[in-house]
Design a protein around this ligand. Structure first.
Ligand code: PMP
Length: 467
């Protein structure tokens, strides 16, 4: 397939590189690197592989950006999108208008989601799903006559996106450096088992975190808190798996205080942990709202969705009286082409048993990655199924980090890329979040590459006097 694509369009790599450097303001880009090197242009893809403009092929270890769950180059998704685009590419979903793929997808999501979530509000991606959610939550409490319930509880190192509200929910300090945020959010501690207080068991750590939640509710007053939002496994903040029972205890505390429990399943949804939705299947929670994006369309088209409980919907959908409408939404809410992509994507996940593949290969990926623990800089290997991270440290006993200037995550990623694998550097971490179609054989190939990459990184850190 890749050869066919090359035949369709061969790019002038140098010309593109120059245009990109001159004109494209990239998101999340370190300009010291950009000014020096520009960008790597990824031009082709097929299954688990991507290829750059020079014809170098890589195993995609990040599923694009945790999103290409069914893998690259799925002609049938392209076809579904093309058919929809030529039949009816776009029409409004405001003011009692709808389109077939958006309607079908809403019904399909209601079928797949936990039983009490039967209503879907569409957005353009994860940030807009979270942003729209907070507006809906505020609207909900306003309509219930509880307008003081406005504050949202989030967590340090949470990632919820970069619209103003989503960035405010986000708790990664470096993300918001030199940006402003809205004073609507209180951040609690992250659930970080690797760096939990010395001498605390995991069960005690769970108590410690839920105590903090209860104390925060007491301090702020439940009457002032609208919702708690969390990723079931924190993603960009470091693939942090909370202690056993944490999420269900948080949910119970929220319930007792009339605080809505929102699960941001933008990464964990659509198979990454072996289920369409991880909240109920893995974490035994029944969120009032679940947000999804990314794997919903496997990244073939931008799309986000907010799944709303029956109880919430009842309030949101109560007629306001003359002239009153639910005045929120996006031009592209329920975009027909994106929804057509999502429907085909879900069909593929079901037909090919992709969740089953994750349940089978995921534990193997975890166990094989753990063999890398012998490397000098590898402090922690964590995550679940197809959502994994490796934390690099200077000292395994003290867990002290390497100096930021050592750019250890970048070094590991560069060494892996030289050997034909793309993984994601995030500060001192490396994230592995592959397409959900990796087999055991691919895992073996990947782990062999990483083994060499970590060895080379240790050598280069030593040569540069960083270790
Ligand atoms: N929530 C989570 C958990 C995410 O990981 C992301 C993106 N990485 C977002 C929200 C934001 O999604 P988007 O970039 O599509 O706006």
């Amino acid at each position: 397939m890749m050869a066919q694509q090359q035949a369709q369009a061969s790019y002038d790599a140098q010309d593109l590189w120059q245009k990109d450097r001159n004109h494209f303001v990239h998101p999340f880009t370190d300009f010291s690197v950009f000014h020096e090197n520009g960008c790597d242009l990824i031009t082709d893809s097929d299954g688990i592989y991507v290829e750059d403009a020079h014809g170098n092929r890589f195993i995609d270890g990040i599923a694009g950006l945790w999103c290409v769950n069914v893998g690259h180059g799925r002609a049938e998704i392209g076809q579904a999108m093309a058919e929809q685009a030529t039949r009816m590419a776009y029409f409004s979903t405001f003011n009692n208008l709808s389109n077939a793929p958006a309607t079908e997808l809403a019904a399909k999501l209601a079928e797949l989601a936990p039983a009490h979530l039967n209503h879907v509000f569409y957005s353009c991606g994860g940030s807009t799903a979270n942003d729209a959610t907070i507006r809906l939550v505020h609207y909900y409490f306003n309509r219930l006559g509880k307008p003081s319930k406005k504050r949202i509880l989030s967590r340090t190192n949470a990632y919820h996106g970069t619209t103003y509200m989503a960035a405010s929910l986000t708790g990664i300090a470096s993300n918001n450096w030199q940006f402003d945020t809205l004073d609507l959010v209180t951040h609690l501690s992250e659930a970080n088992c690797y760096r939990r207080p010395e001498g605390m068991s995991e069960a005690e750590y769970c108590d410690h975190l839920t105590d903090e939640l209860e104390q925060t509710i007491d301090r702020l007053g439940a009457d002032n808190i609208a919702a708690f939002i969390a990723e079931p496994i924190m993603g960009a903040g470091g693939v942090l798996v909370a202690p056993q029972g944490y999420h269900s205890r948080v949910q119970a505390i929220c319930r007792a205080n009339d605080i809505l429990f929102i699960a941001d399943e933008v990464v964990t949804g659509f198979g990454r942990l072996g289920h369409f939705f991880a909240s109920e299947a893995v974490f035994e929670t029944q969120p009032d709202i679940i947000n999804v994006a990314k794997g919903l369309s496997s990244g073939y088209a931008p799309l986000g969705a907010t799944l709303i409980s029956d109880a919430l919907y009842e309030v949101l959908s109560t007629p306001q009286g003359p002239g009153g409408v639910l005045s929120t939404g996006f031009t592209y809410s329920g975009h027909p082409v994106s929804c057509a992509a999502a429907l085909k994507n879900i069909e593929i996940i079901e037909r090919e048993g992709i969740c089953e593949n994750v349940l089978d290969v995921g534990p193997y990926l975890e166990s094989q990655l753990k063999t890398l623990a012998s490397h000098e800089t590898v402090g922690d290997i964590r995550g679940s199924h197809f959502m994994m991270a490796i934390e690099n440290v200077a000292d395994k006993t003290t867990k002290e980090l390497l100096p930021v200037e050592a750019r250890v995550g970048d070094r590991v990623a560069a060494e892996a890329q030289k050997r034909g694998l793309i993984i994601r550097p995030v500060g001192h971490l490396n994230i592995i979040s592959p397409p959900l179609i990796w087999t055991r054989q691919v895992v073996d190939e990947v782990v062999a590459i990483l083994d060499d990459a970590f060895a080379a990184t240790t050598r280069s850190l030593k040569a540069d006097g960083c270790l």
